[in-house]
Design a protein around this ligand. Sequence first.
Ligand code: DHB
Ligand code: MG
Length: 216
Amino acid sequence: MSITTTPITPDIDLYLEQMFSNEDDLLRQLRIDAEHQGIPSISIGAVQAQFLSVYLRSMNAKRGIEIGSLAGYSAITLLRALPTDGHLYCYERNPEYATFLENQIAKAGFTKNTTIVVGNATETLAQFPEHETVDFIFIDANKEAYADYVLQTFPFLKKGGVVIADNTLAWGDIAKNDVSKTVTSLQKFNTFMKEHQGFLTTLVPLGDGMTIGVKL
Ligand code: DHB
Ligand code: MG
């Protein structure tokens, strides 16, 4: 019996990958094609992806926002967890990544379920459709703007909806002192979520960690 978290050793990491990933040929090919296009290989991992699928299905999520879509690995994962009339708003700053993303979403058969917004999300989120509400917000973009993204999307998030933010273990540095501006931003973000009266928050240590807050 233990109250400490069991460390994820390389053999356990491999075990998780072999047991709890359902990455298919389309997503495997997406990773390869993205790399050929020069898009950074920083998508979420397959184990994180399956966690997100389980989580969104368990909450019957129908509509969501993704901030930082990159090549579309997580967008396709999220879309697959939604019902056939579900919808995902994808915010991506880089126009070349957005074109790649659009093609991948078409290939996966989700064009009708997706709105892609190109530009800096802190600016483009201001035009989010009036009266639209969402069940989740997945954040995987500029680490220094995470708290701003939450503040901007909070009005659209339903009660019982969730914010899920990637990289909140900050590549292993989250508990350290004297760290980079990016890591400091992630530390501040975790504190912001923990102290926000509108959320009940946890951190799931899968991949590089996901901070998850449910709107109260
Ligand atoms: C980086 C960004 C990510 O979102 C991630 O999951 C891994 C790495 C990066 O900017 O290096
Ligand atoms: Mg990430």
